[in-house]
Design a protein around this ligand. Structure first.
Ligand code: IFM
Length: 444
C-alpha cells in the first residue's frame, strides 16, 4: 500500500494501536497485584491450548518504556490499553497505590512522546476474589467503585475511557461456551452475566461522571455479522438469533430497550435478576462507541442439544474462503455490512474502530517478519473504513490489534496478532513488515 485514502489522513483521522493488560503486562503478582479469573483459568489443566499463562506475557510491566518508544517510532499518536482491575485494587476493595503507579508511569511515558491514551476499564481480567464474578449482581456495584477509583487517581489524565471491552465474550464465551474464564457452561447463566455486565457499564458510567465530568465515556463492542448457510427459514432464523445474542443483548440495554423475545425465553431467571430501573441505568448517554471487527460468521439451525439451547450452530469457514492463521475468514466487506446493520437499528454515537487485525504467525527470518497476509488484511479493511466515512458514517479513528504479539486467551501464545514480533524467551521486539507499512503510511 503506497498511500492512505485522504479521508484517513492522520491530520483528520485518529490512528492508534491497541493492547490489553492481561495479554501483555505479565508481572502477575508484582507490587500487590491479586489474581484475576484468567490467572485461575490458566492454572486449570486443559484450558489453554499451549498450557501457557499470563505470568510473564510480554513483560510490558517492566518494558513499557521501550514499548511506548516503539509506538511513537511507528508513527502512532494514540494508544488503547486496558487497566488491570486486580492490579490497582486490593482484596478489601481499597486502592493499591503501587499498581496505580505503574499506570502513572505509563501515562507519563505516553505524554513524553505526545501519544494520547485511550483506556478501557475492563478487558476480562476480573479480580478472582469477587465471589460469583459476573453471576453476582454485587460485582456490578464493585465495578462502579473501581471506576470511581480510577477516575479519582487517573481520570484527569484520561480523555477517553471505555467501560467494558466486548462484554459478549465475558458473558457467553465465559459462561455458556466455557472456553474463556471462568469456564461456565450454562446458557441461562450467560444471560445473567450479560445483564450484570451491562448494569456494571451503566453504574460505572455514573460513578465515573460523578468524579470526572469531562471525560469522553463509552463502551467497546464486537458486533456480529452472521450470514445464514442457506436460504432455508430455519437457517435464516438461526443466523438472526446469533446476531441478537451478540448485538441486541448489548445494544438494546444501551438505548434503554428490552432484550428480544427470543433471548427472554432463554432466561427463566430474568425476573429474579432484573430490578426495577436497571434498564435506565444501562442506558447512560454515550459519548462514543468502539467497534471491534475481525470476521463474520455463518450460522445454521442447531444440530446438537446444547446448540438448541442457544438456537444456532456456527459453520466453520472452509475453502475457497481466505482465512487468517487462527481460522477466521478474511471478509473486509463485513465491516461495512455490520456498521450499516447497526446504524439501521440503533441511534449510534460517534464510532472508533477500536480493534481490527489478523493472526498471521509468520516467524522471524534473518531478523525480519514478512507478514504479507496481515498487510493485505489491514489494507483491505482500511479501504472499507474510508468507504464508510465517504458514505457519511461518523467513524473517527482506527486502532490496529495489536501492537505486540501477546497472550491470545485460550490459544495461549500459539496465535500472533502483533504488528511487532515478540520473542517470548528474550522479550526482544521486532517490528514486522505490517508495522513498517503503517509507519510509512502514517509518517509520510
Ligand atoms: O485478542 C483479542 C482481544 O483481547 C479482544 N478482541 C479480539 C482479539 C483477538 O482475538
Amino acid at each position: 500500500m503506497h498511500a492512505l485514502d485522504p479521508l484517513l489522513s492522520p491530520a483528520r483521522f485518529e490512528w492508534g494501536c491497541a493492547t490489553s493488560s492481561f495479554q501483555i503486562e505479565g508481572a502477575s503478582s508484582a507490587d500487590g497485584k491479586v489474581p484475576s479469573i484468567w490467572d485461575t483459568f490458566c492454572s486449570q489443566p486443559g484450558r489453554i491450548k499451549d498450557a501457557s499463562d499470563g505470568r510473564e506475557a510480554c513483560d510490558h510491566y517492566h518494558h513499557f518504556a521501550t514499548d511506548v518508544r516503539l509506538i511513537a517510532e511507528l508513527g502512532f499518536k494514540h494508544y488503547r490499553f486496558s487497566i488491570a482491575w486486580p492490579r490497582i485494587t486490593t482484596v478489601d476493595h481499597k486502592a493499591n497505590l503501587a499498581g496505580l503507579d505503574f499506570y502513572k508511569r505509563l501515562l507519563d511515558a505516553l505524554d513524553q512522546h505526545g501519544i494520547t491514551p485511550n483506556a478501557t476499564l475492563f478487558h476480562w481480567d476480573l479480580p478472582a476474589h469477587l465471589e460469583g464474578g459476573w453471576l453476582n449482581r454485587d460485582t456490578a456495584y464493585r465495578f462502579a467503585d473501581y471506576a470511581a477509583l480510577v477516575a479519582q487517581h487517573l481520570g484527569d489524565r484520561l480523555p477517553r475511557v471505555a467501560t467494558l471491552n466486548e462484554p459478549w465474550c465475558s458473558a457467553f464465551l465465559g459462561h455458556d461456551l466455557g472456553v474463556f474464564a471462568p469456564g461456565g457452561q450454562n446458557r441461562a447463566q450467560s444471560l445473567v452475566a450479560a445483564h450484570h455486565l451491562m448494569l456494571a457499564h451503566g453504574l460505572g458510567m455514573q460513578a465515573w461522571r460523578s468524579v470526572q465530568a469531562k471525560t469522553s465515556l463509552g463502551i467497546v463492542l464486537n458486533p456480529e455479522l452472521c450470514d445464514p448457510l442457506t436460504d432455508k427459514p430455519e437457517d435464516v432464523k438461526a443466523a438472526r438469533l446469533a446476531e441478537q445474542e451478540r448485538n441486541d443483548c448489548f445494544l438494546n440495554p444501551l438505548f434503554g430497550r428490552e432484550w428480544p423475545d427470543a433471548l427472554l425465553q432463554q432466561i427463566r431467571e430474568l425476573g429474579a435478576i432484573r430490578r426495577e430501573g436497571d434498564l435506565s441505568i444501562c442506558a447512560q448517554p454515550l459519548d462514543f462507541m468502539g467497534l471491534n471487527y475481525y470476521t463474520r460468521s455463518i450460522g445454521k439451525a442447531p444440530v446438537s442439544t446444547s446448540d438448541a439451547t442457544r438456537g444456532y450452530t456456527f459453520v466453520p469457514p472452509t475453502a475457497p474462503k481466505k482465512l487468517t492463521d487462527i481460522g477466521w475468514e478474511i471478509y473486509p466487506e463485513g465491516l461495512t455490512r455490520v456498521v450499516q446493520n447497526l446504524q439501521a437499528q440503533w441511534p449510534l454515537p460517534p464510532m472508533w474502530i477500536t480493534e481490527n487485525g489478523a493472526a498471521d504467525n509468520t516467524g522471524l527470518a534473518h531478523g525480519a517478519v514478512d507478514d504479507g497476509m496481515r498487510c493485505d488484511y489491514l489494507e483491505a479493511h482500511f479501504e472499507q473504513v474510508a468507504e464508510l466515512i465517504r458514505a457519511g458514517v461518523d467513524i473517527r479513528g482506527y486502532y490496529v490489534w495489536s501492537l505486540l504479539d501477546n497472550f491470545e486467551w485460550a490459544h495461549g501464545y500459539s496465535q500472533r496478532f502483533g504488528i511487532v514480533h515478540v520473542d517470548f524467551q528474550t522479550q526482544k521486539r521486532t517490528p514486522k513488515r505490517s508495522a513498517l507499512m503503517l509507519q510509512k503510511l502514517l509518517c509520510e
